[in-house]
Ligand binder design. Sequence first.
Ligand code: ADP
Ligand code: MG
Length: 271
Amino acid sequence: MTTETAPVNTETAPATETAPAAVEVHDVHKWYGTHRVLDGVSLTVRPGEVTVILGPSGSGKSTLLRVINHLEKPEIGHVSVNGELIGVRRHGERLRELSERTILTQRGRIGFVFQNFNLFPHLTVLDNVAAAPVATGKLTKSAAQALARELLGKVGLADKADAYPRQLSGGQQQRVAIARALALRPGVILFDEPTSALDPELVGEVLAVIRDLATSGTTLVIVTHEIGFAREIADRVVFIDAGKIVEQGPPGEVLDNPRHERTRDFLSKVL
Ligand code: ADP
Ligand code: MG
């Protein structure tokens, strides 16, 4: 590489300003039939940032995560992940469809942790974690299993490698799901209410694993109603209502000093 083509000032500028956004959602509109579920949502997630999304039931939070992960296509707007566009559609234009292969590659850069764990019931814990890197051709089976053991250690489940999901508690299953998401070395992990299906006494162990990821610099987008947790780990809190971002900012602003009546009303119900 010649010095002429090197970018200027990259050594002094903070990495977060020069690196492409981990996730960029631009003016996304999504309808189900005549029901508008996302109404012009724009959101930028910087590498290493922890974004918590709050909002009432039915406000479009899950749909937003599904659009980011390309499980749903917006009618208008676009999403990019690590600077790469994963879908465009504007008024009156046809969607520039990406090949299934491109979508799968891009989805491999995004981890997704669901409310109900969604583990493969017929696979051991180890194989649940090792499956995706093998299926996508990223790792050999033995390398994937070695990685899976390391990741199970990280979520405190090294001794459960040979168990089946049904033999684990909900909190343990969700920790396996997090290890599984990490196995693809994703640029960002999306969490959709990761503790909502858990008995109260199991919530803490899952939040502890997510907290570890947050403090180690993993880029996270988390839909949760755990307001205390949001206050503790979020760099940014985004409040969504009726498919629109009503306000966003640091937790100290959005949670402790919300500007909008709808945010205050929501917080008064969940706090
Ligand atoms: P949230 O996660 O904030 O509770 P969702 O994104 O799941 O909200 O849903 C937003 C709205 O879209 C809800 O009114 C829901 O009923 C509707 N919806 C979600 N998925 C579908 C679908 N596949 N078909 C039709 N309507 C849907
Ligand atoms: Mg939801």
